[in-house]
Each structure stands twice: as structure tokens, then as C-alpha cells.
Design a binder for this molecule. Structure first.
Ligand SMILES: [Zn+2]
Length: 263
């Protein structure tokens, strides 16, 4: 995922050397071949340096957390402030399946991240993040603090979500962090200033979801925003039907790297 200069340079040097030895047997021919070899090496170096920003974005390490044996502190206290109850078996199952959720992210998540970061070219603001699981009723997944409600993945959910949905849900929350630098400068958000904040905050996020699915040729069923509340539906309508996701991607690509700050 990260460009390794020493290996690439030595590979280029070997290739340049082969080109250099390919000249004629005369002294002038040899000098010409050496110069050509040098030019080849320089050209390869410049080409690789020029394309590096497009694919060398470092992906963040994501740690999926849920403490054994009693779940998170947040889960233990949430029944008090949400006035709801958590069944002990939800916590037990989530503790048992924490590594499964981590594996689901490790399998699919980096592909989504790479699809977005390689296209946009901006670095992710953090090198590592901790994604806390929760089964607290009435607490939805959120980016800040980073919480993933996995209640609908558990075995006693009405219709348990497929495992593949978890990595995409986490990718969605991470993209809220990634698009933050564009929010203050986006002409498209200004254009839709009359929409609810939840709609505005999801325009670029949904565009990056769509981008990843298009690049990876994945099933767009992962974006079931027609089942969501009105603000999400409206955001999806703007991204998919009115503006097209490419318009939001274009705005993100224009954001300077200096605007990315881990705060
Ligand atoms: Zn969201």
C-alpha cells in the first residue's frame, strides 16, 4: 500500500543498466547508450514520483473494540441515559463476535478506503482509529465519537444484517472524518444550504460510498438509503439523481492537503 523507494529505485537502476548495455560496441555508441540509460532511469523516476500521490495514501489501522467480558463502559452506562434495557446475551454475543467484526473490516474495509483515498489524493487525518461497538438501543452508529451499533447483526435481530454490511457501515463513518476539510468550502453544500444538516453532512460521504462501489464493481445494495429517514433519502437523491456523485468527488479532489488536520 505504501510506495517503497529503495526497491523501486534499484529496480529502475537495473532496468536502466540493461538499456545502457544494449548500445553498439563503439566508444561513442557506448557513451550514447549510457546517456540513454541515464535518461531512461530519470524518466522512470519522474514518472513514478509524479504518480506517487495518486496511490501512496497510507491507510489508517482500525481497531474494533468491545471489552470482554462485560462490554464497553458506554454500554454499561447507556441504559441509564437512554432509559432502555440491554439484554445480557447481546453483550455476550458481541464480546464473542468482536474478532469476527474486526476480520470483516480487515477483509473489506481497506479496499473501500483505498478506492476513496487513491481517487481523492488527500491523506486520511488519522493513522489509527478505535471503532467501539455498541448494542445500546436508540443509539445509532456515529463517526464522532466513533461508534458502531451492531444490534442488527446479532442472532436475535428481526432479520440479521449480512456480515458484509459491517465493513461498509464502518467505511461510512470513517468517510465523515475524511470529508471534513471540504465542508467549509463546498459550493454544493452552499447550494443546498436549505436542507437539514444531516442531509448536507452526508452528500460527500454518500458520493464516496458510491465511488468505492463503482470502482470495486460491488453491488449497490450496500447503500439502502431508500429505507432511511427523510434526511438520508434526500441526500441520496441529491447525490445519485440530481448532481451525480462525480460532482462531489470533484470538490474533494480540489481540497488542498493543508486543509487536512487531525482535529
Ligand atoms: Zn453518516
Amino acid at each position: 500500500m505504501i510506495w517503497q523507494p529503495p526497491a523501486s529505485v534499484s529496480w529502475m537502476a537495473r532496468l536502466g543498466g540493461l538499456v545502457g548495455r544494449g548500445g553498439s560496441g563503439t566508444l561513442a555508441g557506448h557513451a550514447l547508450a549510457v546517456r540513454k540509460g541515464f535518461q531512461m532511469r530519470l524518466t522512470f523516476l519522474l514518472v513514478i514520483l509524479s504518480v506517487q500521490p495518486a496511490f501512496a495514501q497510507e491507510l489508517p489501522t482500525i481497531h474494533v473494540l468491545y471489552q470482554s467480558p462485560n462490554g464497553s463502559t458506554f454500554n454499561r452506562t447507556c441504559p441509564q441515559f437512554t432509559k432502555t434495557a440491554i439484554k445480557p446475551e447481546w453483550i455476550k454475543e458481541t464480546v464473542a463476535r468482536r474478532s469476527e467484526f474486526q476480520a470483516d473490516w480487515d477483509r473489506d474495509g481497506p479496499q473501500y478506503m483505498r478506492a476513496a483515498l487513491s481517487e481523492i489524493g488527500l491523506p486520511f487525518p488519522y493513522r489509527e482509529m478505535q471503532a467501539n461497538l455498541t448494542v445500546c438501543p436508540n443509539v445509532s452508529s456515529m463517526s464522532d465519537p466513533l461508534l458502531l451499533n451492531v444490534r442488527q447483526f446479532l442472532s436475535d435481530a428481526d432479520s440479521p444484517l449480512p456480515r458484509g454490511q459491517f465493513a461498509f457501515a464502518l467505511y461510512h463513518e470513517l468517510m465523515h472524518h475524511y470529508v471534513r476539510p471540504v465542508l467549509s468550502s463546498s459550493a454544493l453544500i452552499t447550494k443546498y444550504a436549505g436542507e437539514p444538516p444531516q442531509t448536507q453532512n452526508h452528500l460527500h460521504v454518500m458520493a464516496l460510498e458510491k465511488l468505492a462501489l463503482v470502482k470495486l464493481k460491488r453491488d449497490s445494495d450496500l447503500m439502502k438509503y431508500t429505507n432511511f429517514n427523510a434526511a438520508y433519502k434526500r441526500a441520496w437523491q441529491i447525490v445519485n439523481d440530481i448532481e451525480g456523485y462525480e460532482a462531489f468527488v470533484k470538490e474533494l479532489k480540489a481540497v488542498p492537503r493543508s486543509a487536512v488536520r487531525p482535529e
